[in-house]
Design a protein around this ligand. Sequence first.
Ligand SMILES: Nc1ncnc2c1ncn2[C@@H]1O[C@H](COP(=O)(O)OP(=O)(O)OP(=O)(O)O)[C@@H](O)[C@H]1O
Length: 604
Amino acid sequence: MSDNTSNNTQKVYAEKANQRQKIDIVFKNIDYSVKNKKQTRQILKGINGICKNSQLNAILGSSGAGKTSLLNILCKRIQNKTDQILSGEVLANNSPYTSNQFTQFASYVMQDDILLEALTVKECLQFAVNLKTVGNQLQKAQKVEEIIKILKLERCQNTFIGGNFIKGISGGERKRTSIGYELISDPQCLFLDEPTSGLDSFTAYCIVDFLRKYAHNQNKTVLFTIHQPSSDIWNMFDNVMLMIDGQFIYQGPGGMNVLSYFQSIGFKCPLYSNPADFLMSIMTSEREINVKNYDFYFLQYNQNLKAIVEADIKNSVEEEIQVYSNQTNFRANSYYQAAQVALRQVKILKRNPILFAARVIQSVVISFFIGLVYWQTPGPTEHPTQRDIDSKNGLLYFQVIGAFMMALKPCILTFPSERAVFLREENSKLYTVGPYFIGKYIIDILPCIISPALSSIVVYWMVGLNTDNAGKVLFFIFASSLQGLSGLALGYLGGCAFKNAHIAVAISPAITVPTMLFGGYYKNTGDYASWIGWISYLSPFKYSFSALAQNEYSYEGQNYPQDPIKQLNFDLDKWQNIGCLIGLSLGYSLIAYFLLSVLKKKLQ
Ligand SMILES: Nc1ncnc2c1ncn2[C@@H]1O[C@H](COP(=O)(O)OP(=O)(O)OP(=O)(O)O)[C@@H](O)[C@H]1O
């Protein structure tokens, strides 16, 4: 970015900053414990503190000290529950806030950069701008440009985020994109969990430098946890909190002040040491001598610093937070949210043409082989034997399984990874569950319909199925496509229920195999034991097999002497089966939607 542009951007922000409200975040007597079957473990032990506006506030501490827990509590990600006991007060300008209110004045950049790999940096930011800001397309595009410039993402703005399948941007660029995502709503407070982890020292410096300017020039409150900052980064902190074992041993101005304090209590930093390294060396629980000193640190903190922190808390800003009353925080309507999610899903589909083509080619090739195996199976006018009818039943059931599996597998494999993106975006209030679900579902339907439709056409003509009228062919395609949708619905259900794709894939046969067994092909529908036969009503295979069989076996002229429909013992006509299939798919989709809603609540 040229210096001129940078200066102009800074000027605009400085002007805006004068009109913005300052927010101090205060926490009092925070006690946090987690319970498991065996024990209760206290993670934060009655701590008080303040994160001042217009300052860069950093939390440092030994591993497992409770830094992320504190951050999560301030960001309202941890609530009081049976296995998590939380007490104390968290205040913004001296008022408590809810998780929803938090998103109106603050944003949280989590440690993991959860972004969709098939989108470019610019598209990611554009998506967030569309859903989080008001204005016309031009203004929104300008906002994206602005964020890209501020975060120095110009060079990689059109590069894919990347991941397992697509080569993408670097770790530092990912982190800056994640920060950009949260900056879109121009929050007054920004919380970040280890924003420099895994980055080289220069990239880490650039990120902290940006955060410092952001806090200073725009009166923002910035708080983050950090491990092993370099001396350059250390010198940028305005306010430092040092934490050990759920308690503070220092809280106050950064830089030399911290070292002076520790020198005053008998711990002098060697002349050429990095201050952060020195502090870590006296805090880490790996050294026995440190652990012995912990009580001394706590005592000194209580005697020398606690009162100062409490005085700071008393003097913190008390003005009522304006965003609550101004309603400046924008949220797009549900239709717009669904449309944006759908458009993004189209992009993702288009970015994976090989995957899409593979699905189509696979279904055509498999259908071709099915066609060869069942080539011109005799119809009612060709003196069919019982074996011919059995073969045709096999073909119809195979068609039903194929349509189902081709929709289920890709969905169950990809949904768990997109679930993390959903949770992050939902928590950032980009959209609600309903519009997300509908927007994604509408687009995911397309490949699930196209593959069975193509496969139906190939199979139909090669096998020589019922050609009484065009309606028969169309019905076959329609029923096969609907069966694909039921596979998609069960795929969503599995994907929503399990966090990990491997677990979802491993467990899915536990649902699909029983429903397959009760589809009416492997055992006659009239022969199931009554205590277990009810499972057949939950089987999409039963309805689609029955619909296809009734479509096939009802000829206008001469019919099969054996009456295959009677043999199969189906009790519903073909349209009733279609109705049940639609109902079942909707039911599975609703359960998936419900699971997604529960999941969302869990994260908050
Ligand atoms: N929900 C939980 N259940 C059980 N233990 C937990 C839970 N949350 C946190 N802990 C434990 O509490 C301690 C503090 O965790 P936290 O993530 O806050 O530490 P941290 O200071 O951020 O550590 P690090 O720097 O290593 O990330 C850890 O020992 C962690 O294992």
